[in-house]
Ligand binder design. Sequence first.
Ligand code: 1HN
Length: 349
Amino acid sequence: MRYHADEPELDAYYADIDRVHLQPLWEMSGLLTPTPVVQSVPHRWSARELQTLAARAGELVPVDRGGDRRVLAMANPGLDGAPFISGTLWAAVQFLGAGEVAPAHRHTPGALRFVLDGDGVYTVLNGDPVPMSRGDLVLTPSWVYHEHHNPSAQPMMWLDVLDLPMVAALDAVFFEEGPSEEADESVLPRSAAERRYGQGPGLVPTGVSSVLHEERHSPLSVYRWADTDAALDALLELGDGAQAEVRYRDPSRDRDVMPTLRCEMRRVVSGATTSTDRQTGTRVCAVLNGAGTVRLGDQRFSLVAGDVFVVPSWCEHQLEADTTIDIFTTSDAPVLDALGLFRRTAVPA
Ligand code: 1HN
């Protein structure tokens, strides 16, 4: 029996309630804690290990094994073997060899891809081909068909982040295979989504289709590195400090790119140390350029390009840039924000 009081009458009572699946709050502790008690722990996955181990899977495991995706999930060491980077997010590297195809499917968990290196793969989103290159952010929102093609002569790897644990906790996972179509290898450099919604600052086409406008996510499915890079440069040129950060947003509305995932890119200039912050929700961070150190609570991790680290909810987070460092961050902040649960504070030095 789960509850035991060493008083015969009370213990008989505990046995009775146990039989009918009831439990006494007065015997429980740890339900309401002063600050979040977080099971996931700070961790960094090294670029070299991710790259070499994903490449070995490329030799050993065909892409059609297990869901048509060759994916290595980052399993948070605090989560007892669950294949999740935190209680709310999935993060993984995906490896697609030369000439390989990961066929179309769709699912209710939303996803994004961030390209840490290379190019040559294109993703098809509801029929719209999107070539992916280093530093690009590609959205695969909930229930959008997606497939990946690598017509190039080199393998390619990228970071996948999904809201899967959150959607699973809400018992709302649906999945279906997509229509298998002949691949059209004549991919244009810009997707239809970019030609429609990526026309530059503040420009969206008039008469936007009401169908698209009712989607819960940004209609711009790819954010190119050249634009992100230029935005960060421009902010730093203003001379407001040793770092700049931009948020990826829906060009048609003032909101995050997807209802469950916020995306940001931060540049900290060589030699600078950031202030310490903490926020509710999980942050998954990937180093695109540069080198430095991240402090997460009382742990320090060195960082080089291609590394991925997780900042658990309410964990202190501080960066030191050895060279100018660019860090992509995605988080579940839109969900916390929507529910009034988002908190962020600067932690005094
Ligand atoms: C998925 O659909 C992809 O389409 C990658 O590339 C990783 C992890 C869990 C569930 C679905 C993809 C995934 C995934």
